[in-house]
Design a protein around this ligand. Structure first.
Ligand code: GLU
Length: 478
């Protein structure tokens, strides 16, 4: 059975690239009826951020990436938080020492510092490789701080096959004896992720390609233990478009880069998942762009993965989001839209009507605020808005229309869209004016904005009688 995992470090928010890694890893296993594990990699205590694990759990929950084993749900290979597995790493590092492929190193920080060149670069020289058993025991008994290092080969090459990038080879002469357990007793990432992936039965390691070239080192650990190496699937970088037209690694200067930020700006988790699924993968033999999670599980396969960097396109995400918002059933849409309207609109506003008019017009929920500005304030406006070629209106014509319509509107008792429409239509017929011209004049006077989410009578229904009449008077200079 195929087993994959997502192994994030709780260092802050959930970067979109990380979420894509989680998604692809999840889809790879689920497309083949496999198992998906969540493991929290928190051994780099300096980089830990409080609350970051909760952000990871919440993100997976909101996106529907459910794990079979992991924190909270448990499983046969737990614990799933690395800081709770320290004795396991110690035990396995000692196994390598016993096998003679790892050793205790007592070199002081000062000594290691002296090995560096002017640029601060320098590797370990293998000084403690050949300490005798007695020397090691004496040092340990004296309580000297130590690290455990792996003896790396100094000649030849180490290769592995990556499912996306193909053969990757490293010259062993570039290798230094890597640290497995640090002086503070914590394991290095290099070591503990290999131990965990093996003990948890991971068959396919899916992760970002920043690990592509260091993976030969991890392979040497599998070899040292005599364990079978997993398959490797490294994913191409996510890039963002720079102002100058070039692309660079997706970062904050390109826009929101965390799942949380996108959600806060009014993006739907389903739309985000759908969009990022296509950032580096495409379905075989189909141009389909819309996928539910279940459809992704069916369609996903490794041969659809690309090794060229994917460029995150905010406009495309927006488009996906607008399509997803349109497809939301009214009650689900209102659940998200109404709290925003309640916050920004007064009690006299017909928020339900405003919400329904915005449903097909917004690309993100954030846009509700911008598109509702004409409701929450009387916008500054210019008379140019009254000029409309199609309806043959000018500011002067519009003033005449508004003057006539004011008493008509003031006399309306049941203030609703249908009645208002009938009244204005009747006025147009009586006065011999085009309905379009009448509606234009009233819409501009009431909305005070070129583009509004509804026509004259809808805007007046939203604003209510008092405010609508007041705005027409304002337009007339009364
Ligand atoms: N904790 C590592 C990270 O967040 C995981 C890398 C891996 O998947 O092996 O980058």
């Amino acid at each position: 059975m195929i087993v994959t995992r997502f192994a994030p470090s709780p260092t802050g928010f959930m970067h979109i690239g990380n979420l894509r890694t989680a998604l692809y890893s999840y889809l790879l296993s689920k497309s083949q009826g496999g198992k998906f594990i969540l493991r929290i990699e928190d051994t780099d205590q300096v980089r830990l951020v409080e609350g970051a694990t909760d952000v990871i759990l919440k993100t997976l929950e909101m996106t529907g990436i459910d794990y079979d084993e992991g924190p909270v749900v448990g499983g046969e290979h737990g614990p799933y938080i690395q800081s709770e597995r320290l004795p396991i790493y110690k035990e396995y590092a000692e196994k390598l020492v016993e096998k003679g492929v790892a050793y205790y190193c007592f070199c002081t920080p000062e000594r290691l510092e002296s090995l560096k060149d002017d640029k601060g670069i320098g590797g370990y020289d293998g000084h403690c490789r050949h300490l005798s058993k007695e020397e090691v025991e004496k040092n340990l008994a004296e309580g000297k701080p130590y690290v455990i290092r792996q003896k790396m080969p100094t000649e030849g090459t180490t290769s592995y096959y990556d499912e996306v990038y193909g053969e990757v080879t490293m010259d062993n002469s570039e290798l230094r004896d890597q640290i497995l357990i640090k002086a503070d007793g914590y394991p290095t990432y290099n070591f503990c992720h290999v131990v965990d992936d093996h003990l948890m039965g991971v068959t396919h390691v899916v992760r970002g390609n920043e690990y592509l070239t260091s993976t030969p080192k991890y392979c040497l650990l599998y070899d040292a233990f005599g364990w079978e190496r997993p398959h490797y699937v490294h994913l191409p970088l996510l890039m963002g478009k720079d102002a100058d037209g070039n692309v660079s690694k997706l970062s904050k200067r390109h826009g929101a880069v965390s799942f949380q930020d996108l959600v806060e700006h009014g993006y739907l988790p389903e739309a985000i998942v759908n969009y990022i699924a296509l950032l580096g993968w495409c379905p075989k033999d189909s141009n389909e762009e819309f996928f539910t999670m279940d459809e992704l599980k069916n369609a996903f396969s490794m041969d659809g993965l690309s090794k060229s960097p994917a460029v995150f396109d905010y406009e495309k995400l927006k488009w996906f989001n607008s399509e997803y918002i349109k497809k939301l059933p009214d009650d689900k849409y209102e659940e998200k839209a109404m709290p925003i309207l309640d916050e920004i609109c007064g009690d006299n506003v017909d928020k339900k009507l405003l919400a329904s008019l915005l449903h097909s017009r917004i690309a993100t929920f954030d846009e509700i605020r911008d598109m509702s500005d004409f409701v929450t304030e009387r916008l500054p406006m210019s008379d140019d808005l009254y000029t409309n070629k199609k309806n043959k209106t000018t500011p002067e014509v519009c003033m005449e229309i508004l003057k006539d319509c004011l008493p008509v509107l003031e006399s309306v008792d049941s203030w609703n869209n249908d009645t208002l429409f009938e009244k204005l239509k009747a006025y147009a017929a009586e006065s011999g004016r085009k309905v379009g011209a009448v509606m234009w004049a009233v819409r501009v006077a009431v909305g005070r904005k070129a583009v509004t989410p509804g026509g004259a009578t809808e805007l007046m229904t939203i604003l209510g009688k008092e405010e609508s009449v007041a705005r027409i008077k304002l337009a007339l200079g009364e």
